[in-house]
Design a protein around this ligand. Sequence first.
Ligand SMILES: C[S@@+](CC[C@H](N)C(=O)[O-])C[C@H]1O[C@@H](n2cnc3c(N)ncnc32)[C@H](O)[C@@H]1O
Length: 416
Amino acid sequence: MSNPKTNVRRAAVSALKAWANGHTYMDTLIDRHSSRNHLSREDRSLLQNILNTVLRNRRLLDHWISKLRKGKLDHDTRDILRVGLAQILIIGIPDHAAVNETVNCGKAPVRGLINAVLRRAILKRKQLLSDAEELAPDVLYSHPGWLYKRWRQEFGKANAIKLMQLNNQSADTFARVNPLVAEGAEALANSDVAEAVEDVDGFYRITGAMPHEWLNNGYIYIQDLATRHSVELMDPQPDEIILDACAAPGGKAVLAAAAMQNSGELVCTDSNAKRLPRLQENLQRLKVANASVDVHDWTKPAPADWHGKFDAILLDVPCSNTGVIRRRIDVRWRLQLESIDEQVATQMSILENALPCLKPTGRLIYSTCSIESRENSELVAEFIAKHPKLKLADERIITPFADDTDGAYAARLELK
Ligand SMILES: C[S@@+](CC[C@H](N)C(=O)[O-])C[C@H]1O[C@@H](n2cnc3c(N)ncnc32)[C@H](O)[C@@H]1O
């Protein structure tokens, strides 16, 4: 039962404050604040809905605040107003509940102000909503101006707007059935909470509450359709020696192990030791039997005994995550133009250090969940220009607006 001394709106305001002050992901904060406040299942999902709505609509909410109240606001009061307006103007929570509960989040001196602004929003609701249609797209769909400008240049105005609209919708959950556990395929095929995805072998759209054993017994791995491209381009074969260099938490490693029919050798590395236990656990739960796990930072040279060792190398590198903004609601506000350049330097360094580890006939797969060509095709072209012995054998550029999945990039490079 929820603690009667707290309410969901108070938890939302407190989570927003923690989010603004630190580097914790909002998903983590939602978990933390739900358990700290002993929220019921319904209250947790209300908390999640309010927080996701506030983060997805931050610029629009601030625009509305500026129309309803002139003058400066301290951060706490602004967050309370964002929480209130999100309920009244976007989610559609009954006005009396939204106002009463939200006003109580403020200290006594600001309650009058909060009450007045929220009541004004109720009175002017129709006008606020219809005026919003005329706003600049980056305000209406609440993305940083620099990001919209960048996408408009890269994809054109219509696609940039579609992308921002998609980023504000919650994404479906997809699972891939794990061929390494025999019972999985039958369980999903006979289930009424899983629909097979047309033309994408092994993937299902999850439409309801899944039986626990699907995850516990390794029947499935939750992953978007876009995750398959890099492993398809790698085309792992039984008995090969394959490196998954940035492997945690293991989604693509499991796909690779399945294609290898659990034979040969799959070396999984990651630079973040804290992510390795989860990788290990996923590999075990999903019955991967041909993998080893090691810490390695690929911005540093590879150990000598890995040189010339691998038939294929997958570099699923850290990136800006601009292809997965609808799932990772923090990304648009945390991302900075300069951080893309930093990522590019890391990505290039990972490519450079991995290349010597290929066998002379080997293939190198580079992939991101970014839609920035700077991190994708431009970077790969630059890398190939530096290494004329390489050729681009295949490439997939996946965008949410064209492919109706997460955004992703995958390139297959081969030694000539
Ligand atoms: C996109 S995630 C990989 C997802 C994974 N391939 C999967 O399918 O589940 C990128 C990973 O790269 C790791 N990483 C970041 N910098 C690295 C580096 N210099 N060397 C090795 N791994 C790195 C991160 O810790 C993170 O786990």
